[in-house]
Design a protein around this ligand. Sequence first.
Ligand code: MN3
Length: 198
Amino acid sequence: MAFELPPLPYPDTALEPAYSARTISFHHGKHHKAYVDNLNRLIAGTALEGKTLEEIIQLTVNDPGKAAIFNNAAQVWNHTFFWHSMKPGGGGQPSGPLAAQIVETFGSYEKFAEQFKAAAVGRFGSGWAWLVADGKALKIVTTPNAETPLTAGLRPLLTVDVWEHAYYLDYQNRRPDFVQAFLDQLVNWDFAAANWSK
Ligand code: MN3
């Protein structure tokens, strides 16, 4: 069974105006789809065909001969996770046990937001910023290019894509404005809280 592009969890207009249907049409319909198509082409007829996405990621990480497979598999996983990290009417502060843990770890939601934004803006070049669980601890980490915290044994709670293709049509070069909009208007704390309680 070949991998398929997972459908968006909301209509492509649902995140407007913070994230336009035009951006989603390219980001999901072209970029994310290309990673799926490339992955299927690269694993066809190999021992990796039939493995899960997570298995392929773990089996190819740090293998220079399988870098293209890793990059496409990890980008498929990361993008699917990213779409779920946003929701219509999202943004603002979390509630419940995750909110309490954020206050305990970072001092306040505002301090968390400040550190998350600094990490996302400071990721040089292409990559991702993540809130992850490291055992029972919360951490903000960034990964370059296609890399994912999964391969470091970390459990992703939410992510923001900071590749230029993620925001250029709506924000041009203004990555800080995109990350601020992600925090204020897009982030899906219900998804993060569900991941935290797993
Ligand atoms: Mn992307």
